[in-house]
Design a protein around this ligand. Structure first.
Ligand code: FAD
Ligand code: NAI
Length: 467
């Protein structure tokens, strides 16, 4: 251990560990404190990585059972080996975590196992699970403690029958019926996994749209596709209580806008109503760090109201996304090393890994209307794209919103195959202040799904070729 660190980061999720690497690259002496035995935070352990592994594996299973016959591939005797599927997921998680361990060593970052708390500006105490503690001194403290599952009063999570996303990544058998509370990102992604593996999945949502905050047309098409796949939705409804027997959970569900309550039964209930900032045990109150609704308050350089204490990632709010946390971590490390740092919150993509995928960046039509900004819309459907037809992936569209006067791209919304990869060229265009015409005049490989992006860009000026 060093006598004094330049930076001590509390929390080794994508915000914390990426910030640690960047700070070390710039010559700072860095320590990272993590209470989990494994690095990588929510994202690697119980979030992005295991969920994407299960989404891919369950997609393969569904394709093998019913998706390939039209292509002349007839498989018989396809069986689900859930244990092997979970082992694959655990392997992916384990290998990814090992990669982060390697990066810590490579960059000579001191990894301290235990719960970090702020003993005062310039001082962090690390307490291990035996209660033994050590205090280190540091010029700067970065809090990157992330978020946790939001609880739902009256519906207590036991991770057996009433589960959070963490339980949904580790079920040992496919439920007969799963009720998902919340039609947000987690509900739709993990609901898709278990529906593909054979569960009857019903989603109960408080609002009248799924994926709130998304472009309204995109949410509508995404929901329609999921319904076609067999997922059912009970919208404008709120769950007010739950009771459990050995074999079933009974939920009390009330119409949001008034009316009689009803009971719904399932053998598994997934609570996915959002995530809340995690600051337990940090000693923020004693350190005098100001908060806002549970989130740590920071300025545009991630500094709290206390000199030498900074915060990044889910714990400061905004988009709760791994790449947003990473970019904040990089920017902060660069500023602590005397550089200027950069983040553009208008160009952070959000991707939902359902089938079809949903990807979005920048402003929605609803936001532009509310802000009184005049815009032109270009839209192109996957149906009119030969590659999408070859792949039997014709659901969805690309929509590009560009400033009516300057043609600058203000927002892009995609629902369709590979949306999460297709959005990336639009993010780059937006970072460069690009216009719809810039995308439209860029040569796109044929035949490719990215031609749908190009055609949508052409359509902004009403000159799409293939429609
Ligand atoms: P976290 O990853 O939450 O890391 C915080 C770390 O701090 C944890 O390891 C915690 O143990 C540690 N910690 C907390 N308090 C202390 C303390 N006092 N001392 C020491 N250590 C402490 N985002 C995406 O961009 N793409 C996705 O596909 C995606 N999928 C997701 C799927 C699921 C099921 C979930 C739950 C989330 C998903 N997310 C996804 C969100 C993503 O995981 C988070 O936005 C991201 O992990 C936030 O990073 P962070 O570094 O701020 O915090
Ligand atoms: P969310 O905020 O995306 O969705 C929660 C949903 O629950 C909303 O639609 C909300 O209206 C609904 N809801 C809230 N209270 C309710 C109630 N009492 N009854 C019925 N419905 C209710 O939150 P979610 O899905 O839990 O995800 C948390 C975070 O994790 C997200 O902010 C997301 O950023 C991140 N995440 C990102 C992923 C990705 O990037 N692919 C994947 C999974 C999670």
């Amino acid at each position: 251990m060093a006598d004094t660190y330049d930076v001590t980061i509390i929390g080794a999720g994508p915000g914390g560990y990426v910030s640690a690497i960047r700070a070390a690259q710039l010559g700072l002496k860095v320590a990272i404190v993590e209470k989990r035995p494994t690095l990588g935070g929510t994202c690697l352990n119980v979030g992005c990585i295991p969920s994407k592994a299960l989404l891919h594996s369950s997609h393969l299973y569904e394709e093998a059972t019913e998706g390939m016959a039209d292509h002349g591939v007839v498989a018989s005797g396809v069986k689900l080996d859930l244990k092997a599927m979970m082992a694959h997921k655990d392997g992916v998680v384990g290998d990814t975590i090992k990669g982060v361990d390697f990066l810590m060593k490579k960059n000579k970052i001191d990894r301290l196992l235990g719960t970090g708390s702020i003993a005062g500006a310039g001082s962090v105490t690390i307490t291990d699970d035996q209660g033994k503690s050590d205090t280190i001194s540091t010029k700067n403290i970065v809090i990157a403690t992330g978020s946790d599952v939001a609880p739902l009063p009256g519906v207590e999570i036991d991770e057996k029958m009433i589960i959070s996303s963490t339980g949904a990544l580790a079920l040992t058998k496919v439920p007969k019926k799963m009720i998902v509370i919340g039609a947000g990102v987690i509900g739709l992604e993990l609901g898709s996994v278990w529906r593909r593996l054979g569960a009857e999945v019903e989603v109960v949502e408080f609002l009248d749209v799924c994926l709130p905050g998304s472009d309204a047309e995109v949410s509508k098409i995404a929901q329609r596709s999921l319904k076609k796949q067999g997922m059912t939705f009970k919208m404008k409804s709120k769950v007010t209580g739950a009771s459990t027997t050995k074999t079933a959970v009974t939920l009390t569900v009330e119409p949001r806008d008034g009316g009689d309550a009803e009971e719904m039964k399932a053998d598994c209930v997934l609570v996915a109503i959002g995530r809340i900032p995690y600051t337990d045990g940090l000693g923020l109150e004693a350190a005098g760090v100001a908060m806002d609704k549970g989130f740590i308050k920071v300025d545009s350089g991630f500094k709290t109201n206390v000199d030498g204490i900074y915060a990044i990632g889910d714990v400061i709010g905004g988009m709760m996304l791994a790449h947003k946390a990473e970019d904040e971590g990089v920017m902060l490390a660069e500023m602590l090393a005397g550089q200027s740092g950069h983040i553009n919150y208008d160009a952070i993509p959000g991707i939902v890994y359902t089938s079809p995928e949903v990807a979005t960046v920048g402003k929605t039509e609803e936001q532009l209307k509310e802000a009184g900004i005049a815009y032109n819309t270009g839209k192109f459907s996957f149906t009119a794209n030969a590659r999408a037809r070859a792949m039997s992936a014709t659901d969805g569209f690309v929509k590009i919103l560009a400033d009516a006067e300057t043609d600058e791209v203000l927002g892009v919304h995609i629902v369709g195959a590979a949306a999460g990869d297709l959005i990336q060229e639009c993010v780059v265009a937006m970072e460069f202040g690009g216009s719809a015409e810039d995308i439209a005049r860029t040569c796109h490989g044929h035949p490719g799904l990215s031609e749908v992006v190009k055609e949508a860009a052409l359509d902004v000026a009403d000159r799409a070729i293939h429609s």
